[in-house]
Design a protein around this ligand. Structure first.
Ligand SMILES: *[C@@H]1O[C@H](CO)[C@@H](O)[C@H](O)[C@H]1NC(C)=O
Length: 152
C-alpha cells in the first residue's frame, strides 16, 4: 500500500473513531468575525459574547463543564446546560439538540440554541445574558470592549 492510501485510511479512522467530536479552539478575533458574519450575532454586543465565551469555555468548542450540584452539565463554547436545553445522545431538550452536537467544531447549531436561550431569558429578566453566570460575574459592567479591541 502506498503512503497516500495509508494516510487516507488513518484519516478516516481518526475522523470516525470514538465520539467523532472534533474540537476547535478559537482565536477570539476569528470567532467574533465568524459570529457576526455567519451566525447572525449583532456587532453591538459581540464584545459581551466574546467575554462570556472566554470565561465559560476559554474558546474550546469541546469544553464540558464540571458537574453542577444538581448533576447537570454544560456543553461547548457557550456552556449550554443539559438541564433544559439539550439531551445527551438524543435530539431533544428545549433546543431540540443532542448535547454532543454542542461540543463539535460547528457552532451553527450552538448559535441557534443560544439565540433561543437569550430570547427566553430576556423575556424573563430583561437581559438575555443573565442566563450565563460567567457573564454576570466577569462581563457585566466591565470593559468588555477590551476583549476585541486588538482585533483588526
Ligand atoms: C478542550 O476541552 C476538552 C474537553 O474538556 C479537552 O479534552 C481538551 O483538552 C480541551 N482542549 C484544549 C486545547 O484545551
Amino acid at each position: 500500500m502506498n503512503t497516500a492510501a495509508k494516510f487516507l485510511i488513518l484519516l478516516v479512522v481518526v475522523l470516525f473513531s470514538a465520539d467523532n467530536v472534533i474540537t476547535k479552539v478559537y482565536d477570539p478575533c476569528d470567532l467574533a468575525k465568524e459570529m457576526v458574519e455567519k451566525h447572525r450575532f449583532t456587532k453591538t454586543d459581540i464584545a459581551d459574547w466574546i467575554c462570556l465565551i472566554r470565561w465559560e469555555s476559554n474558546f474550546n468548542t469541546s469544553e464540558i463543564g464540571r458537574l453542577n450540584a444538581d448533576s447537570s452539565m454544560d456543553h461547548g463554547l457557550f456552556q449550554i446546560s443539559d438541564k433544559y436545553w439539550c439531551v445527551e445522545g438524543q435530539v431533544d431538550g428545549a433546543c431540540g439538540i443532542d448535547c454532543k452536537a454542542l461540543r463539535d467544531d460547528d457552532i451553527k447549531d450552538d448559535s441557534i440554541c443560544v439565540r433561543r436561550i437569550f430570547r427566553l431569558t430576556k423575556q424573563r429578566t430583561g437581559n438575555g445574558f443573565d442566563a450565563w453566570a460567567a457573564w454576570k460575574q466577569r462581563c457585566q459592567n466591565q470593559n468588555v470592549q477590551s476583549y476585541i479591541a486588538h482585533c483588526k
